[in-house]
Write a protein that binds this ligand. Structure first.
Ligand code: NDP
Ligand code: 8X3
Length: 254
């Protein structure tokens, strides 16, 4: 029987591309998101190997109810791809909207953590399973306005590593994939709250990576031999490199 993989954030961007490449490879995929109509359209494309499951990952009751509603033949989850997430705003910490911070924490941290906690016991019982988290370079590299978003991704990175520590002695695997600038998704449209022109500008001339690059990376990590754990992968466009740390030489001028 083909393996069943639950992918969160399946209605757009990375999640949609991940579902597509997994189904093409013969996996059965449970696609999770809040916008059910988007999941249904995806089912129209992907067919019977795709099961659309509506939930808001930040609401534990919805997660419980949705998982409990799965038909019995879809209940064994062999891999979990924690991809649902978002950034809201790019304002400095002293101006940012606290409600945006809460939403990011509830989705990127609480949602990911709750789903992981729910699926792990059965994986441990079967001594088989893989949790793939979608982190970000923002979890390692600070930038102005990245305040809480970057902090949520730093959590994802450390949680992934701590999971490995707890799963010692089992055959379970944990991977954190950490992309940089990736175009072709709704990420920046969401971050800039519908200012699509500002969102589009971010990718101008950047040769940014694409959702398919993330999908092929997820697939590669999943398809490594059972004894191999890919712990962390950072994936960025060639155009995205490092610069010197800024030093403000005017700060102490008389
Ligand atoms: P998109 O905005 O295109 O997709 C986000 C997905 O998450 C959507 O399917 C959305 O579905 C879902 N989602 C958001 N909130 C919830 C929620 N509360 N419950 C369930 N589903 C939710 O973004 P990307 O594909 O670009 O991003 C995917 C992941 O990759 C995120 O975790 C993001 O932080 C990360 N990332 C993105 C990068 C980029 O440059 N694009 C780079 C590095 C990391 P719906 O609205 O229907 O619920
Ligand atoms: C998304 C990449 O640099 O916009 O995680 O934070 S970035």
């Amino acid at each position: 029987m083909p393996q069943t993989i639950l992918v969160t954030g399946a209605s757009a961007g990375f999640g949609q591309a991940i579902c597509q490449s997994l189904v093409e490879k013969g996996y059965r995929v449970i696609g999770v998101a809040r916008r059910f109509e988007k999941l249904q359209s995806l089912k129209g494309v992907l067919g019977e190997q795709f099961f659309p499951l509506q939930m808001d990952v930040s609401k534990s009751e919805q997660v419980d109810q949705a998982l409990a509603s799965l038909p019995v033949e879809w209940q064994q989850i062999d891999a979990l791809v924690n991809n649902a997430g978002l950034a809201l705003g790019l304002d400095p910490a002293y101006q940012a909207d606290f409600a945006d911070w809460q939403t990011m924490i509830e989705t990127n941290i609480i949602g990911l953590t709750y789903l992981t906690r729910i699926v792990l016991p059965d994986m441990v019982k079967r001594n088989q399973g893989h949790v793939v988290n979608i982190g970000s370079t923002a979890g390692t590299i600070p930038y102005p306005g990245g305040n809480v978003y970057g902090a949520t991704k730093a959590y994802v990175k450390q949680f992934s590593q701590n999971l490995r520590a707890d799963l010692a002695g089992t055959r379970l695997r944990v991977t954190n994939i950490e992309p940089g600038l990736c175009g072709g998704t709704e990420f920046s449209n969401v971050r800039f709250k519908g200012d699509d022109e500002r969102a589009a500008k971010l990718y101008d001339g950047a040769g940014s990576i694409q959702p398919e690059d993330i999908a092929s990376t997820v697939l590669w990590a999943l398809e490594q031999p059972a004894h191999v754990n890919i712990s962390r992968i950072e994936i960025v466009p060639v155009s995205q490199t490092f610069g010197p740390q800024p030093i403000d030489r005017t700060l102490w001028e008389e």
